[in-house]
Design a protein around this ligand. Structure first.
Ligand SMILES: [Zn+2]
Length: 95
């Protein structure tokens, strides 16, 4: 006899299914998850799964050397002051 009864997932198993799908989905490589991310189900068919999105200092306009907020004034992620210091430094000695 064929079992046609469909198994209904408990809320916990549903949350785990959303987490598993979120981890396996090919989202941006900058997204990371906690061990047990929070799942928020809405009225639509689906859920939000809590994730962390990595933003680099360079993308945020924060100087990668001193932490100043005006990195756009310099170059390569540096603020104007740090960029100027780099330009005035003598070339590194090679040993
Ligand atoms: Zn700086």
């Amino acid at each position: 006899m064929k079992n046609t009864q469909k198994r209904k997932l408990t809320p916990d198993l549903k949350d785990e299914a959303y987490r598993r799908a979120a981890r396996s989905a090919n989202y941006a490589e900058n997204i990371d998850f906690d061990d047990v991310p929070v799942v928020s189900r809405g009225d639509d068919s689906g859920a939000y799964v809590q994730a962390w999105f990595w933003v680099s200092n360079e993308d945020a306009g924060i100087c990668t050397q001193c932490g100043a907020a005006n990195a756009a004034e310099g170059f390569e992620g540096l603020c104007g002051n740090c960029a100027d210091k780099t330009e005035n430094e003598p070339p590194e000695a090679t040993s």
